[in-house]
Design a protein around this ligand. Sequence first.
Ligand code: ADP
Length: 543
Amino acid sequence: MQGLMQHHPLTLTHFFDRAENLFPAKEVATATASGRDRVTYGEWADRTRRLGGVLDTLGITADGRVGTFAWNTARHLELYFAAPCSGRVLHTLNIRLFPEQLTYIVNHAEDEVIFVDRSLTKLLWPLLDTFKTVRHVVVMDDGAGDQPADAGAGRELHDYEELLAAASPVGFEVDDEDRAASMCYTSGTTGNPKGVVYSHRSTWLHTLAVMTADSLAASERDVILPVVPMFHANAWGLAHAGVAAGASLVMPGPDLSPRAIAELIESERVTVAAGVPTIWMGVLGELDGRDTSSLRAIPCGGSAVPKALSEAYRAKTGMPILQAWGMTETSPVASVGHIKSTLADRSDEELADLRSAIGLPMVGVEARVVDPENLEPVAHDGEASGELQVRGPWIAREYYDDERSPQSFTADGWLKTGDVASVDGEGYMRIVDRTKDVVKSGGEWISTVELENELMGHPKVAEAAVIGVPHPKWGERPLACVVPKAGQDLTKEELLDFLEGKVAKWWLPDDVVFIEEVPKTSVGKFSKKDLRARFEGYQLPTA
Ligand code: ADP
């Protein structure tokens, strides 16, 4: 027997319609170079419909790729909906990619138009001639940077507000839920970035999942500050969820300094503020004397959240960080670190430890931790580790037009995440390392994530990253690269003593070097690749 319910397509026009019809007075605030712009969802919806008209006027094809090179702003949110709701495909360009990677992804996706914040034109202009398919460049005046005179041969230059003022609003209709809504490329730590193509359906389901109470619980009552860029894995679903729920949104614009973020949280009475760990490490020092009582969640992921960081937030704001895990390929949110009610009576120390795990797969996502060779599940004892693999309706099934796809998916349809994880008897998963970062010492694995976690628990340590360095006897041994807090004297011996008893003896780093800063990737993660390059040929002391 078949169910007899309507088969209504899961398309983004539904979220757009809700914001337009039900929450026209709610606001999206954007921090700009000169202050704060505010637009209501009513105004935003009208502008978004006009933007749909602009895409028609520019002659963007029916499923043309619409590139954005922009900060988190209300205008970027207009593009987030105008492109997919008019049938086009939003392509968010990571402004911090290497120039040759940007050229690659624009050409690979065949972007027809790029919308760029004026403050970012200086990064984009030198590359324009390398873009083969871009016919229009639209500058969004954000009050900073120079206004270019033209966009070079074969490309038309436009002003966003002028186009909008001249355009007529259009109706939005998308019937096919499997149609592509947007795309985002991984940041490509090895080789060229790989394209992930989200459908309306996958985005719809991911958005609802982000709204569930046991994940980020985005609701109409929230004031959401996505510090995580809209060009990085869909701002973790918060831009879509904000619109769908009718939440107030606070867009940080270009100034992501700790002070600016702390100031936004306080003055806009933000309830949910989401960003990678390096953001929250910075903001921590700006919280003294500020009223952050509006906050109800600080979702954080993208790389391991040090236990000490989460505990520092608990001490300062009364609220620990909410760890989540995901990837560009998983839309991105796939697991969230809430503590089960049945575990709430554990000691503070045990709870802090649990929060340093990535939590439970969120509803809709299946996860398994397996031996990557034979796909046998590892024991759920919190000790055994294997590859984390996931599947579900918002997990990629292949990369866009990429012959590397088969390497990343199993024959039975799971995404191989490249993350090494363990899982305990309660189902809590813990990232041990990325496969390529784990230190392979004498055939055994040493988790750099865990070592870093412990090192960053030292009161004099600001940042710590651990890499594997070749070793004649053991193959590889850990080298700790440590950034002391300003004005603090720290010695190798002090740190090794501190680690003693916290990790297995054979895990202790063979050496500690003090550096000024851990290099970061385009999305603010510790760049192990750059660290490895910096310490290539490093001679470990012989014992
Ligand atoms: P990139 O692959 O370019 O870094 P992604 O943002 O897609 O881009 O990165 C996904 C990866 O980030 C995951 O595979 C994992 O290694 C890491 N990651 C994400 N969240 C966490 C977390 N909470 N703890 C540890 N690692 C994480």
